[in-house]
Design a protein around this ligand. Structure first.
Ligand SMILES: Cc1cc2nc3c(=O)[nH]c(=O)nc-3n(C[C@H](O)[C@H](O)[C@H](O)COP(=O)(O)OP(=O)(O)OC[C@H]3O[C@@H](n4cnc5c(N)ncnc54)[C@H](O)[C@@H]3O)c2cc1C
Length: 597
């Protein structure tokens, strides 16, 4: 079996490109060392390999189904989540007095990457649980945290996020699930939630749903949305799960991929009261939920990267073994066929995968470190880190989701007919990843967010910080060997960006919101491709600095430099087309009439 993860690359990104080891100078991480982080990552890899990778295909082939009212999942999943719990990963980034290790978020994200690469659908259960607990840690009352969060940190109960409804996915302002106050201060919830991942299963003693609902009689739109903690089983005084809370499984969705994660249609208040507790203030639900969604958006981007990585590694191993055809210059029919990795077009397909997934990994971890910077970095840099993170989040979510799909298509292409069969995993990864541009805000919604909000947030300060950081890395890499193409191409791409944004942003009012946002996808593509170009500059500069003293790793570093060159010559020129379209305020899509399709 091909490896599902490039551990050398993960280590390169964390400890050579990013200053992860230096985090130990911050008081919260003072007890840590690089060795501690490496031990944790080694543990993650071994648990992922042994307990998660072993049933990824089984979970795909035998999707969740209901028998006598209970959701049935592969037995290996129970062992997997138990091993995850025993390793302490549910609480690893939390305070020591909550049973955690106080791991930095960037290390936690790298831990999670191991599981996403090994088995994306089984890892969905713990990751939803971790996200749910993180939200509670910020917004729930101490009593709520004691009751609902601690069992999540212990891995005894699992969590979900329940936002979407059958008629309200992208447009959450239109949700209708209703919360009616009860005399004791709790609420009775009624309504239907759609697409809820991990919404029903028997893997944990209880399930804690974080539910968006409207308090009866409240205002319409986003201001009327509040957040509720709604357990599957009501919680007894002693903290044990008690009576059924009437969150009824109305059906399972049958998905293209990610099949091991149950996906549910849930009815609240069917056959009895569904009782929930308000989290924080009424009307703050969506803002609070964004805490979980922003974290989840980085997680989705990283999940896409890891699926793309697993596919890349499988197709790479295949390309080294599979012999087919000869070089065009080889005229002797008796000469043995060459491994397909020898063919320029196969190398193109492999290089595309390499730049997409390793560029995406660099970006996902960079954003994860920004999360740490907002929480534990120097005080005077926290606000800037937050603004940059806000700006990058739609890109971190969307770019890998889209380009891992391209990478996985290329992985199938490298493997020819074999890649199209279920004898290999690439077709499964391809189906799994197709979810990523859809959930946690579709690509369309991310484009609107980037162009409509993030680029102009705080007077455009996030963009200025980004431009400043890119320029600083360009300056710092001056004179390094082997970086000419990537430096020149990135500089050019930045110019296209600033020209396009300098043209379109001042026209927002004149164009009006509909026309202004019409080409938001081009903004996402333009800035996304540029930011990943920056990530390749950073990787190439790190490799160039390491090469003179490297002994065993020279192939690895040469590979980084060459991949950066490929990104510069094959990918960064595409920025121009998006920049031109964006700057022109093109109206082709808005001028099209629905009747003309
Ligand atoms: C497998 C799976 C797991 C999921 N897990 C969860 C979960 O755990 N919890 C949860 O709450 N939800 C979950 N979701 C729901 C997911 O977040 C929604 O599917 C997603 O937000 C899109 O909503 P929708 O499916 O209703 O599509 P729609 O909102 O109907 O969108 C359809 C298309 O229209 C486009 N569109 C809609 N509005 C706009 C606009 N204003 N501008 C431009 N384009 C627009 C979209 O980009 C999309 O291309 C999950 C979905 C799936 C498929």
């Amino acid at each position: 079996m091909a490896p599902f993860l490039n551990r050398r690359d993960l280590s390169f990104q964390l400890f050579e490109v990013l200053p992860t080891a230096d985090l130990t100078t911050r008081p919260r991480f003072a007890e840590h060392s690089r060795e501690v982080y490496e031990d944790v990552l080694n543990l993650a890899y071994s648990v992922a390999e042994r307990y998660f990778a072993n049933h990824a295909r089984e979970a795909d082939l035998h999707e969740p189904h209901v028998v006598e009212g209970k959701v049935v999942l592969p037995a290996a999943m129970r062992d997997a989540v138990r091993a995850f719990r025993d390793a302490g990963f549910f609480s690893a980034h939390h305070d020591e007095d909550l049973g955690g290790l106080q791991l930095p978020w960037v290390v936690m994200q790298a831990v999670q990457a191991n599981f996403q690469a090994a088995n994306v659908s089984t890892s969905g259960y713990p990751f939803l649980t971790i996200g749910n607990a993180n939200l509670q840690r910020v917004f729930a009352s101490p009593e709520q945290q004691r009751r609902y969060m601690l069992p999540l940190l212990e891995g005894r109960w699992f969590g979900t996020m329940a936002l979407s409804e059958p008629h309200a996915g992208s447009g959450l302002a239109d949700i209708t699930t209703t919360a009616t106050p009860r005399p004791d201060g709790s609420y009775a919830l009624t309504g239907t939630k759609m697409w809820i991942s991990g919404g029903e299963h028997e893997l944990s003693e209880n399930i804690v749903h974080l539910v968006l609902a409207r308090i009866a009689g409240g205002p319409a739109g986003v201001r009327g949305i509040s957040l509720f903690l709604v357990p599957r089983y009501r919680v007894n005084e002693d903290g044990t799960p008690g009576a059924d809370n009437h969150v009824v499984l109305a059906g399972l969705n049958h998905k293209m991929g990610y099949r091991g994660t149950t996906n549910t249609l849930l009815n609240f208040g069917e056959g009895g009261e569904t009782i929930g507790e308000l989290v924080g203030e009424p009307g703050r639900g969506l803002a609070q939920m964004f805490h979980m969604m922003n974290e989840a958006r980085i997680g989705v981007g990283m999940g896409a990267v890891m699926l793309g990585t697993a596919g890349y590694l499988e197709s790479l191993a295949y390309a080294r073994e599979r012999r087919q055809g000869r070089h065009a210059s080889q005229k002797d029919p008796a000469a043995p066929p060459v491994p397909i990795i020898e063919h320029a077009d196969v190398r193109r397909l492999l290089l595309r995968q390499k730049v997409f997934v390793e560029g995406g990994l660099a970006l996902g971890l960079y954003a994860s470190l920004l999360v740490d910077d907002t929480q534990t970095g120097p005080q005077d840099g926290r606000a800037d880190a937050g603004l940059l993170l806000d700006l990058l989040t739609p890109i971190v979510k969307s770019w890998p989701s889209r380009y891992s799909q391209e990478a996985l298509s290329d992985a199938i292409q490298v493997m020819g007919g074999a890649g199209y069969t279920r004898d290999f995993n690439v077709e499964m990864y391809y189906r799994d990843n197709r979810l990523n541009p859809i959930h946690e805000g579709t690509e369309g919604i991310q484009g609107n967010d980037l162009l409509g909000r993030k680029l102009t947030q705080a007077g455009g300060r996030g963009l200025n910080i980004l431009l400043g950081r890119m320029q600083a890395d360009l300056n710092a890499s001056e004179g390094l060997d082997g970086l000419d193409e990537i430096r020149a191409a990135l500089r050019q791409a930045i110019t296209w960006n600033t020209q396009a944004l300098g043209t379109i942003l001042p026209r927002a009012a004149e164009l009006g919101p509909d026309l202004f946002l019409a080409n938001a996808n081009s903004a996402l593509e333009m800035l996304g491709h540029t930011v990943v170009g920056w990530m390749w500059l950073r990787q190439a500069a790190t490799a160039a600095r390491a090469l003179p003293g490297a002994r065993a790793d020279t192939d690895f570093y040469h590979g980084k430099l060459h991949a950066a060159r490929f990104y510069a010559t094959h990918e960064l020129p595409k920025v121009r087309a998006h920049a031109d379209l964006l700057a022109s305020a093109d109206r082709t899509t808005t001028d099209m009439h629905s009747e003309w399709f």
